[in-house]
Design a protein around this ligand. Structure first.
Ligand code: BES
Ligand code: ZN
Ligand code: ZN
Length: 480
């Protein structure tokens, strides 16, 4: 589906349907205004009414705020699925207010995604083009077209991430992820993949142990995006657990369902690289992904095992279901050892159920030592519309990770504050010089939900991609 800008009046644009945004009945002529009023169309936002005779599609919206518009467009495009219409037009000027290209693209493109790979009756979106009339606005084509192009790339990469995460583990395992990463290579993007032998040779015993019971070999993936004269160096580390059974500390049936989503952090990074390949971003960006499957078996790692991470620290395993932090520990060490002079190091992971308990499931839990960096993320959150919340560290929670037999345990015996203790565990693998450059994003809640919400369909959401690009945009403007 394409979106194009037209320097023509809306009446002069040919399309199967026109989208009309309405607030209240006074904006419409009789008898339609009465009909819509009677069916309580104006009572709340996101009601849709198709006027077949006049080829118009009405959408009720209570305010022209970004959030409302994005959801409105998301609902419109979903309404048009499995319908015959091929083109839709809309005026960028609504009630003398100019709509933002970002809102139009975000709503329509994120709404166009469907996961129907395993459905015998497919969901078809016949809309080929959305035509936006810009004849009435001041700053015309060039600015608009650049903006449009960028937003199309970004939002399509969110759908790319969704498409990866939604794949079940029977056909998406560590090597599949490595293949996806390899396919992202281009003139600016390089990719190196390490198998189990090399993972062991790198001293990454924590990551190796998590994956060793699986018939699918673990893979460490290192993607590098290098433009000419990069202004800063950013490292993104992702949890790529292609399936999390919990290991020998096996999950109960109900909580195992959806655990194909445990690779979402990694897929967010793959989505970011998919977009990087098509944009001009002036930073050197690294993606380090630990792709493993957490299974049971005769050679599974066990509670009581003591694992040595890449930085030499020893970990007493108290729960094999806290596997993500073991994988990330080694990946964080790997990244800091291989990449010099890091400006930012962020990790993305579906790390804890506790982050869902803390924030309710729609919000990414962000943790780290730099207040300044957290503020920057809060701003990016407002712009992207992705919800974030911050959880505070303290020394008392850190003490819960003490082990009698090793340098630390992998799970606190006290479950309260589980999202924070998980992050504090990770912090032990962040070098002193990088402490204030690091943030941890626990996306266990918002990366995958068994419901449609806002601009997200049932299942994978692609959370983190748009948040990161909003962050990068600010770094570009104000410097480090
Ligand atoms: N992958 C899970 C976390 C998760 C939970 C992601 C729900 C998405 C939705 C993680 O590996 C895990 O099992 N964490 C444990 C930690 C516990 C053993 C300390 C958890 O949250 O229960
Ligand atoms: Zn787990
Ligand atoms: Zn997990």
């Amino acid at each position: 589906m394409e979106i194009n800008l037209y320097e023509k009046k809306i009446e002069q644009i040919k399309a199967d349907l026109e989208l009309v945004i309405v607030h209240n009945k006074n904006e419409l002529d009789l008898p339609l205004s009465t009909i819509l009023d009677e069916i309580e169309f104006f009572r709340n936002s996101f009601n849709i009414y198709l006027d077949y005779k006049n080829n118009k599609l009405y959408l009720s919206i209570n305010s022209l705020k970004s959030r409302e518009l994005r959801i409105g467009f998301f609902k419109v495009i979903n309404f048009l699925k499995n319908k015959k219409f091929r083109t839709l037009k809309i005026d960028i000027l609504q009630k003398s207010k100019e709509l933002k290209i970002k809102d139009i693209v975000t709503g329509f493109i994120l709404g166009s995604y469907s996961f129907d790979k395993y459905k015998t009756s497919k969901i078809t979106l016949n809309i080929e083009e959305i035509k936006v009339s810009i004849s009435q606005i001041s700053k015309k084509n060039e600015y608009g077209n650049n903006q449009l192009k960028k937003e199309m790339i970004l939002n399509k990469s969110v759908n790319f991430t969704r498409g990866l995460v939604n794949n079940p583990s029977f056909e998406f395992f560590p090597k599949t992820m490595a293949e996806v990463a390899m396919n992202l290579r281009n003139k600016n993007i390089d990719c190196k993949v390490y198998g189990e032998e090399e993972i062991l040779a790198e001293g990454m015993n924590a990551m190796f142990s998590v994956g060793k019971a699986s018939v699918n070999e673990s893979q460490l993936i290192h993607l590098t995006y290098k433009p000419k004269n990069p202004k800063a160096k950013i490292v993104l580390v992702g949890k790529g657990v292609t399936y999390d059974t919990g290991g020998l500390s096996l999950k109960k049936g109900d909580s195992m369902v959806t655990m194909k989503c445990d690779k979402a952090g990694a897929c967010t990074i793959l989505g970011i690289f998919e977009a990087l390949g098509k944009l001009d971003i002036p930073f050197e960006i690294h993606g380090v992904i630990g792709a493993v499957e957490n299974m049971i078996g005769g050679d599974a790692y066990k509670p009581d095992d003591i694992l040595k991470a890449k930085n030499g620290k020893t970990i007493e395993v108290t729960n094999t279901d806290a596997e993500g932090r073991l994988v990330l520990a080694d990946c964080l060490c790997f990244a800091q050892e291989k990449i010099e002079k890091i400006d930012y190091i962020f990790d993305f992971a579906t790390l804890t159920g506790a982050s869902i308990v803390a924030f309710g499931g729609y919000t990414t839990a962000v943790m780290g030592y730099s207040e300044k960096l957290k503020k920057q993320i809060a701003k990016a959150s407002k712009k992207s519309g992705e919800l974030v919340g911050f959880l505070p560290f303290n020394e008392f929670l850190e003490k819960r990770l003490k082990s009698e037999v090793a340098d630390m345990i992998n799970t606190s015996p006290n479950k309260n504050g589980g999202a924070i203790t998980a992050a504090l565990f990770l912090s032990k693998f962040i070098e002193e010089k990088n402490k204030k450059k690091w943030l941890h994003f626990d996306i266990a809640g918002p990366s995958y939900r068994q419901e449609e919400w806002g601009i997200n369909p049932y299942g994978a959401t692609g959370v983190g991609v748009r948040l990161m690009f909003e962050f990068l945009e600010k770094v570009e403007k104000v410097g480090k």
